[in-house]
Design a protein around this ligand. Sequence first.
Ligand code: TYD
Ligand code: MG
Length: 458
Amino acid sequence: MGKKTPFICQSCHESFPKWFGKCPNCNAWHSIHENKSESSNSKTGANFQLTALGNLDSEANTSFSSGFIELDRALGGGIVPGSVSLIGGEPGIGKSTLMLQMAAALTKKKLTTLYFTAEESLTQLKRRAERCGITSDSLLVSNGSTLEYVRTMVETHHPKVLICDSIQVMSSTNLSGIAGSITQLREVSAELIQLAKTKQMALFLVGHITKDGQIAGPKLLEHAVDTVLYFEHTHSDQIRVLRAHKNRFGPTFEVGIFEMQGQGLKDATDASTLFVHPYEHPRIGSVFYPSIQGSRPLISEVQALCSPCQFGAPRRQGLGTDNSRVALLAAIIEKHVGLKLSSQDIFVNIVGGVVDKDPALDLAVALSLISSFMQRSLPKDIVVCGECGLSGEVRRAAQLSARLKEARALALSPILIPHAQLKENPAKGTLGIRHVSELLGFLEAPKKTLRSAASKRI
Ligand code: TYD
Ligand code: MG
């Protein structure tokens, strides 16, 4: 008697020896499908090996460039042969554009790349290629959407890189269920991943994101791949951030920054300039802060607004940072600087959609709060970095030298840093702060003209 194929619930992933209309495990209706491929694809162990560590060649994992400096950075140094990357993001963010441009760059370098674009027609793809100025006639593209066809093409062309755009529209003819269903996603991705590993071919799976920010389909896709990269929007329509949420080959939280232009995506290597708005005059309630995004320093702008609370409990609201951290800093300033912030609604924003939970942000928030509350301007290029303790003491910031290098590259000054780190980072325009109350010394003198104009109005 032949071996029975299991039936799998697409809702809870439980397997059963027979079909049920209602899943006995999660009670979902019509969610159980036969998993025909399970038995036929049972692992024979033909590709397995047992060897001494010394016999292994680390050179085999040498990565190569994708053609984008920023994509290489997000991938942890470049494309690793045999690696599997999941590229997620909202529709229209630029996943297909990135993949197409990467495929063209790789083909130019004589690295055979197969781009499966089952989601769009080949005409649409050609139009995009023309828009991006892609002239690589030898780039291999296909609208194939079945695992079996992909496998045949891989056997024929032996690509170094395979792109499936998107994994949600790929299916296997051996399986029941429509493309994008849990059974299909699980099996097709598992087969493709195995193919990538055995052929030492880098595999890129494009995935859609649901409203709540998850890759649509089973979470297990994220577990199965080596790298998960999410494409995100920023404050500007043009600037896109590719963030590594998982990476077996490099640090997580690494970010690649791109500019979407009329001719496709471009590396934004000097990204800080995109986030720093050049100011001509001193401003109130706003400072620059050298953040660390992954392993890259990025100068962002921190703004604060204090406004008298009209009724109820005063609000403490942070955009890009924690509300509780804003509340804590307001209390520290009230206690140790003596400013009555308890009567104020407080809003803090990290401009440009940058998200930062780093405690080194404290001092920048504190100074912009003090400036806003006192309505006194700050030097227009002031940069602030350091953690603030509960007794108002300024504590060390991690990776300070990288942050300072970025701030100095943009010729920003003065730069306020924790006093304890001043000896290691001496430079003209860099000043050490011991206590939060010392920040008062950086407020510019009240403008006489402004004052007299205001008093005239009263
Ligand atoms: P696309 O790569 O199709 O996004 P995804 O695959 O993530 O759904 O990106 C499409 C968007 O990018 C669309 O809004 C148009 C814009 N775009 C440009 O601004 N410039 C370009 O050169 C290209 C190709 C697209
Ligand atoms: Mg697309």
